[in-house]
Design a protein around this ligand. Sequence first.
Ligand code: GLN
Length: 481
Amino acid sequence: MNPFQHGEVFVTDDGAETDLDLGHYERFMDMNLTQLSNFTTGSVYQSVINEERNGNYLGSTIQIIPHITDEIKRRIWLLARQTRPDVEIVEIGGTVGDIESQPFIETIRQFRIEVGRANSIFIHVVKIDYIYPSDEAKTKPIQQSVALLRGLGIQPDFLIVRCKKQIEKSLITKIALFCSVKPERIIPAPNTEYIYDIPYNLEKAGLTREVLKFFELKPRRNTACQPIFIKNKTNKSIYLKIALVGKYLDHPDAYISVVEAIKHALDQAKVEGEIVAVDSDESGIENKLKETDAIIVPGGFGIRGIEGKIKAVRAARENKIPFLGLCLGLQVAVIEFARNICKLNNANSTEFAPKTKYPVIEFLPEQRRIEQKGGTMRLGKYPARLSGLVKKLYGRTIISERHRHRYEVNPKYHQILIKNGLIFSGLSPNRRLVEFIELPQQIHPYFVATQAHPEFKSRPNRAHPLFAGLIATALTRKEAK
Ligand code: GLN
């Protein structure tokens, strides 16, 4: 999945590579979701083709209706049967009218007939349009989208209306009239400064109250609506600049969980700050980085930008700027250490230089065995045994983090790296895979990297320890200046 097209690929504990929205839902609900909570059109077609090849349709003609729609329904039921929720929320991505989403819309039309009108709600997310020079709010696109949906056999019961600012009552009345939706079921969703305000705003606008009314349900307990995140007041006069050294920086969603994790950590430290996007292809990257208070090298694939990232690690190490490497960030940190400290000239990863003399990052033979799953990628949660600074940060010895990568620190170089002073502070239970590295704190105040993607588990009000540690050290360092 190309980050320029899809934004970040979010990974669940059980190793599903999903849409980044799932990450927001985990953060909103403070729940770990599974592969049952996300599926793509491709995987639906794949299942149907496999069934057909296995002869399970007894040679009948395969059609969108019923074969594809039945497979989508099966998956909706599967989640319900396995997790037994009170309510299952099914989101269909895309825009009404897309060819791709038609089988999904047809499926939920059928679904309502199966479960009954009283047991299902159709909520359509629409958006107010604004005329350019005057910023006047227009509802026509909403009316047209609803009309299009009706043509597909679905009359929405609720509308969630994305808008720049609160909408006037007269506009709600107009939407209600044209779209045949009761005004109290038209829920405005204005832009917010913090994404975590969105669920709270929906609550305040009466979404839950109206949904319960629709189902004729009484809340089990008095659930006064609560914000899921209250931003701490910043009590420090200091302002931190956190460099994010990446190559998908034009795409704001490509590093969304990393960005959220940084925000959680800034909030926890009660300090203001900003994320400075540093393009790993840029020349003179070292100078730009010297101005920053912390450096993060996030995950990535492919050779472009690698040398820039190695320079960024060097700048962090030599200038003692707090550093956190994530996945590829660990790999480039090991390459930098091998080249500049162990003097293994031109050491590299076989991903970027297959014939390198010193393959300190290598594709391990055991990876070949996980062929079916994401094409040889190590995906999902894996445990690690910790020591050193990271053990202190996590406050535990055994932890688990989510992974999504092919390459590993080459076991043939473990000893050389250790002898030269690199600490392997987290290892897989069999000690073969390097999960965390760090430098001794006498040498560097915070030089930590992990082969995992800890950003996926950071939550508002509960910053991830590695991000919290990075920001806390950056803050202390800046206060001491
Ligand atoms: N490209 C590297 C690998 O496949 C790192 C992947 C990542 O950062 N997610 O191992």
